[in-house]
Design a protein around this ligand. Structure first.
Ligand SMILES: [Zn+2]
Length: 215
């Protein structure tokens, strides 16, 4: 859901080693998330569990096996589902069955998220094909999107409470009206309540909330 354009313009072909040695380079370049489903490695057991993905499959393009420009960082599920699936067509035509090039096309523009079911839909033939082929509506990803969207909603509510709190502080300071302190206490209680619900929800979802350090 947080897809990004993978900037390969500054990625230099390493002089030593082979593709499996370059996972940290690809992780950095891909912001530690799967190029196809955008799940962050922290929700998948970290870099150990992530794969080096051959955009053009190595079985069909052996000469590209160790070319860094052909490599991306992906979760094991997407990598496995994609396998050696490939269509050598015009890779800029999004309305063809192709895998759009993640360093040319921003995948964020390829999908839309249903905010009720948390499923995604491809906006083009290519991205619709990817949703099917890579099972981008698998249960784990739906739960993950739900978690991210709820997280955003909580942050919005908390920001609102904090804004109102600082406005009340400002008013009390300015007017000396201590009857406002009662409202301030109410806001503090609401803030605590929201934090409590957030904790309960995320504990039961098995996810850690965002204030947990991400690497
Ligand atoms: Zn993935």
């Amino acid at each position: 859901m947080n897809w990004i354009l993978i900037d390969k313009s500054r990625t230099v072909q390493p002089e030593k080693g082979k593709y499996s040695d370059w996972k940290p380079i690809l992780a950095f370049e891909g912001k530690n998330q799967c190029v196809y489903c955008s799940i962050h490695q922290n929700y998948f057991g970290g870099i150990r569990n992530f794969h080096v993905e051959h955009y053009r499959p190595k079985s069909k393009f052996p000469l590209l096996k160790d070319k860094i420009q052909n490599l991306y960082y992906s979760c094991p599920v997407c990598n496995t589902f994609k396998g050696d699936d490939w269509y050598e067509k015009d890779l800029t035509n999004l309305n063809e069955i192709i895998y759009p090039n993640p360093s040319i096309t921003n995948y964020f523009d390829l999908f839309e998220v249903n905010l009720i079911t948390f499923e995604i839909r491809g906006k083009y033939i290519s991205s619709n094909y990817m949703v099917e082929k890579l099972a981008l509506n698998r249960t784990q990803l739906i739960l993950h999107r739900k978690f991210l969207i709820l997280q955003l909603k909580f942050e919005k509510i908390i920001n609102k409470i904090e804004e109102q709190t600082s406005y009340l502080y400002y008013l009390i300071e300015k007017t000396g009206d201590i009857t406002l302190v009662k409202q301030l206490r109410k806001l503090n209680d609401s803030r605590k309540e929201v934090d409590k619900v957030r904790k309960e929800l995320f504990n039961s979802s098995g996810y850690k909330s965002r204030d947990t350090k991400r690497n």
